[in-house]
Design a protein around this ligand. Sequence first.
Ligand SMILES: *Cc1c(COP(=O)(O)O)cnc(C)c1O
Length: 246
Amino acid sequence: MTDAVTPEDAVDRENQLRDNLRAVRERLQTACVAAGRAEDAVTLVAITKTFPISDVRALAALGVHDLGENREQELKVKAPDCQDVTWHFVGQLQSNKARSVVRCAAVVHSVDRSSLVKALSRAAVEEGKTLRCLLQVSLAAYGPAEAATGMTRGGVAPDDVPALAAEVAGADGLELGGVMAVAPLGSDPDEAFAGLESVASRLRSEHTGADWISAGMSGDLEAAIRHGATHVRLGRALLGTRPPLG
Ligand SMILES: *Cc1c(COP(=O)(O)O)cnc(C)c1O
């Protein structure tokens, strides 16, 4: 492999991204219609992790205005280069990286503990920003395989959501936006996302503005849309197979 990208390669890639985006938008539209929801009820967040900055620019040029990353190191390289989009942070976040993420992102989908709420609040105040926070909810109860392998995708237990939500709602510089989840390996995504939907509606009954449900990835977006997702996070369906992590 060579790093050199010819102009022809760049045009091929742009065409591929345009085709993928068209297919994804059709898929989202079909899923919304099937679920009896408005076609504009769901926002596409393109997860660009592991893909080059040229892809980020190409997607922005194609009108994708919400982009996401799951690692602070990648976010801080890509975000300053592409400021005319809303950046979302969707990965596990260490408190000592909160400041850097707050500088780059408008939304953090993965708020899962009190210490992180404090770190994000302090950073947002220092940066003079209001950060929209989604609580990442653990759906481990729906994933037997996950429990067996010990591979957890993180998140706050559903029963602990109200207390964490109250902390975010009361924190300076933060705004409670709703919930996020990843369906566990081996789960039935409809069951998992139905569980998330009930956590979300309970949250909304106490915090009216917290109406986002970030759920659904390339493999399970239809199930997520059936269960009220307002934001789907798509990587592979848009950008193709990810290169192995180096
Ligand atoms: C990578 C990632 C996605 C996108 O997954 P795809 O299967 O590539 O669509 C969504 N959410 C999170 C938290 C991710 O890390």
